[in-house]
Design a protein around this ligand. Structure first.
Ligand code: ZN
Length: 135
């Protein structure tokens, strides 16, 4: 089996974890509120880095480019080959909140369409560390 460590989570669970205090970033909650204005439908997961990259690639394939600064250059499962600093406009985005363990932590996905959010939720059982981590 390909490794799978992700856990469905929530902003409340993130806040209760104290990870925001460790990172010293309470402003994050304000930034999140402004993201929610454009992307009101969310999925918070606790994930390992490879799962984060795997899910982002899945979202690119299903929903098009991530909205905002493109960080695909650093992804294990790249969906964008552009090496230069750039942005995309799109109907979803992704935000890393904080590490809670070695290469593991809270990441939230945001969608402008409820159907997109629901499609990711429905496909969570298919999300894992991906083909770079065979059994
Ligand atoms: Zn890009």
């Amino acid at each position: 089996m390909t490794p799978r460590t992700l856990v469905l989570s929530s902003i409340d669970r993130y806040l209760a974890s104290g990870a925001d205090l460790l990172e010293g970033l309470n402003a994050e909650v304000c930034e999140r509120d402004s993201r929610l204005l454009r992307f009101p439908y969310t999925v918070m997961l606790e994930v390992a880095y490879p799962e984060l990259d795997f899910i982002n690639r899945w979202c690119w394939r299903h929903f098009g480019p991530l909205d905002g600064e493109c960080t695909q250059k650093c992804s294990e499962y790249r969906a964008c080959a552009d090496e230069t600093p750039h942005h995309h406009a799109g109907r979803w985005t992704s935000y890393w909140f904080a590490k809670t363990d070695y290469d593991f932590g809270f990441n939230e996905w945001y969608f402008s369409e409820k159907t997109d959010r629901d499609l990711l939720l429905a496909n969570l059982p298919e999300m894992n560390w991906g083909e770079h981590y065979p059994k």
